[in-house]
Design a protein around this ligand. Structure first.
Ligand code: GLU
Length: 308
């Protein structure tokens, strides 16, 4: 089967080094296997994202030499324009009796949550699942607008990640019922990403390791919705010297600054070195990396980059 990969950025700011590393590895994964790359714009949250950031992001990818075969700012590849597909999947989950309204505010959610997971996320206790119809009506009358959660079974889901190996979660214990539609009616990332990957034919998901813990619930949602789950490859995170993960707020490592500081081949060389594809950082084009790309070379641990 041909590889269909994707890069699925959220256009809420300029890409930073970590985003670019994930993009490079998604591109190499596809180009080294003669597959097809989709660029999907994850602009579900229209308050936080913009067309300008999406344009900027595409310009930054092209500057590095990273191209894509379909997607970009065409409406069918922008999440903000794909609500009808998410509605359909949501209805399908509803018909299976898996959806329930959750009226908890953020603070109530925290209080109603099981102990924190290792990564700091909280496991929802399922409190609103217990509400009777009368209790729901009373809350509605108070003007409370619910978010919508999917009920997770007591099921262990194992993901064989192509980069970091076996990862397992018990959905009820480690993940908990998660939100698939927010109280402002915007669909949540977890639902949208599954629907999009499935309908766009994506079979290789390459992205940062911060999303590894989303893989079991996404694999499960694929199954429940009748799709074949993709193969996952979670890429190393880039850490600052103090162990923090690089984020969009690290302005000195965002593409605006990086483009001033480096030529495309220099930045590619640096990223390829972080990714275990070169022994030392030296100038290289993305095309030159295609022949030597292998997931076996990519580190299984996060990479401390210090001052790039
Ligand atoms: N849109 C997400 C981000 O920019 C990535 C989602 C994914 O790759 O599944 O962080």
């Amino acid at each position: 089967m041909d590889v269909i990969g994707r890069f699925a950025p959220t256009p809420s700011g300029r890409m930073h080094l970590g985003n670019v590393l994930a993009a490079l590895l998604a591109w190499l994964d596809v180009r080294s296997s003669g597959g097809e790359l989709v660029l999907r714009i994850e602009d579900l949250d229209t308050q936080r994202t913009s067309r300008e950031f999406a344009l900027q992001l595409m310009d930054d990818l092209r500057w590095l030499g990273l191209d894509w075969d379909r997607g970009g700012l065409r409406p069918e590849y922008m999440q903000s324009r794909r609500t009808a597909y998410y509605e359909e999947a949501f209805r399908c989950l509803e018909e299976k009796g898996l959806i329930y309204p959750c009226y908890c505010s953020r603070s109530e959610r925290m209080a109603a949550s099981a102990p924190h997971r290792d990564d700091g996320a909280v496991v929802y206790s399922g409190r609103c699942f217990q509400l009777t119809a009368a209790e729901r009506e009373a809350l509605e009358r108070q003007g409370r607008r619910p978010a919508w959660r999917v009920r997770c079974p007591d099921l262990s889901v194992t993901v064989e990640d192509g980069s970091c190996g076996t990862y397992m979660e018990n959905l009820a214990r480690d993940c908990g019922d998660f939100i698939v539609r927010r109280s402002d009616r915007v669909f949540a990332y977890q639902l949208a990403v599954v629907v999009d990957d499935a309908l766009m034919g994506v079979n290789h998901v390459v992205r940062g390791r911060d999303l590894l813990c989303s893989a079991p619930r996404q694999a499960w949602l694929h199954e429940v919705l009748g799709y074949a789950p993709p193969k996952f490859f979670h890429t190393p995170l880039l850490l600052a010297e103090d162990g923090r993960r690089l984020a969009k707020r690290d302005r000195d490592l965002d593409m605006e600054i990086l483009r001033m500081r480096y030529a495309p081949e220099e930045l590619t060389g640096l990223l390829a070195w972080y990714a275990g594809l070169l022994d030392r950082p030296e100038k290289v084009t993305v095309q030159e990396l295609v022949g030597q790309f292998s997931w076996a070379k990519v580190p299984k641990n996060d990479v401390v980059v210090g001052c790039a």
